[in-house]
Design a protein around this ligand. Sequence first.
Ligand SMILES: *Cc1c(COP(=O)(O)O)cnc(C)c1O
Length: 456
Amino acid sequence: MENIKTTVSIPEQGLEREAVLEELRRRKAGDPDYRAPRTFSLVYYMGEEHTQFIQEAYNLYFSENALNPTAFKSLKNLEHEVVRMGVDLLHGGETAVGTMTSGGTESCLLAVKTWRDYGRAKHPLNRKPEMILADSGHVAWEKAAQYFDVTPIRVPVGPDFRMDVEGVRKKINRHTILIVASAPDYPHGMIDPIEALGALAQEKNVPLHVDACLGGFLLPFIEAAGTPLPLWDFRVPGVRSISADVHKYGFSAKGASLILYRDMDYMEHQFFVSQDWSGGVFLSPGLLGTRPGGAIAAAWASLMGTGKAGFVDHAKRTMETARAFMDGINGIPGLAVLGKPPASIFSYHSTDKDVDIYAVGDQLTERNWHVDRLQRPEALHAMITPRHSRIVDAYLEDLAQGVNTVRAHPELKRQGDAAMYGMISRVPLRGAVRSEVYKMARKMYGPQGLLPGETE
Ligand SMILES: *Cc1c(COP(=O)(O)O)cnc(C)c1O
C-alpha cells in the first residue's frame, strides 16, 4: 500500500478504512516504545491483558456522553462510585465529595477556581487573591493561577526538597486563598510535610490542597504493603481538598482524575449554573462540556478489576524496582539521586563537574531511552512502574556507559540537546527563554506545524 502523504485538507473521497489504519500503524512505528518500556511517566502501562480489559470497558461507553448526568444514568453512577472509592481510599469519610475530571490539570484548575470563589464569598474585599506553592509544585498550578487570575507565590523547597513550612508561614497574609502541597511532587518525588502544613493551615484558617495526582493511587498501597509513610490525606485535619489521577497509578485510560473536597460546602463553589440560557437550564460540575463516557467506565473498570490486593502487589513491585534504580544510580560515580524519595518518582543529578547531566541525557536518548530533563537543579527524571523491572539492568548499564562517554568527550555538553537544555536552564535572562518558547510554539502550531529542529 502506498503511504498517505502529509495531509492539509480532507480528501475528496474517503480512503479505504484499512489503508487509513495501516497509515496510522506506520506513522506511530517511530514513536517511543512505552511497552518495552523505554519511556517514563508519559504512559502508565500495566501490560497487554490489563490494557485490553480497560479498552473493552472504554468501548462499552465509547459514544456515551457524561455532559448531562441525567441522560446516561449508569454513567453518572459509575462516576459516583469512582469518587466514593477515591474518598474511601483517602479517608474522606462520609462527608467528602468530588467529581471526576479529564486529568490532573483539570483537577488543579478546578481547585484554584473553587478556592478562589470560596475566598471571594468569605472575604469579598480581597481583590488580589494569592496562592502559596513550593517551587516543586506542578506547573499545572501556575497555569491555573494564570487562567483564574490568582497570584502564585512560590516558596523554595528545603535542602530535603520538601516544602518549607516556615517559608509558607511567612507568605501567608490576608490575600492568601490557598496553600498547595504535593504528595509526592513531580520533579523530585518528595512528599511535602502535610501534617505540619495542615496544622499551619488550620491555625491561619486557609484551605490546604494536597496535589496527589501522582500519589493518590500509589501511596495508600505502599502504606498497605507495610511501608510506613507520614500522613498526607484527609486524615490530616487541615487538608480540605485532594487531586488524584486515576490515569496515572490507577492504570486507567487517559482522561481520568479525581478532585475531592472534605465537604460539599467547599465543592459547591466548583459548580457552574446558568438558569437563563435559551438552550436550557444548565449545570456543569467541571471545565468540560461534552465528557467522554469511556474514560469514566475505564476508570471504574481499572479499580474494580485490579482490587486493593492487585494495587498492593503493584506497589510492592514498583517500590522494589524503584529501589533497584536508585541504588544503581547512586552506585555510578558522578551521579546521585536528589533527596530521599519515599516512592517511585525521583530525579538524579551530577556530582562531578566533568559530568554534564544533560549530555548524559543525550547519551540515553542515543541509546533509545525517552527521559525528561529538569532544571534548577539540572537533573534527569524517572517515574517507575512495575513494568520497568525488566529494564533496570539495561538502563543502568546504558547510563554507566553514557557517563563514561561524557567524561571522555567534554565537548558533548556543547552539542545536541545538551547545548539547548543547558542554554535554556542557565541563561540568566528568563524573559528571553520565555520569548524563545513562544517562538517555538508559533512554529509548532503554525501552518507548517514544525517540530523543534525541523526547518521550513
Ligand atoms: C501529572 C501531574 C499533574 C497534571 O496532571 P495531567 O494529568 O498531566 O494533566 C499535576 N500534578 C502532579 C503532581 C502531577 O504529577
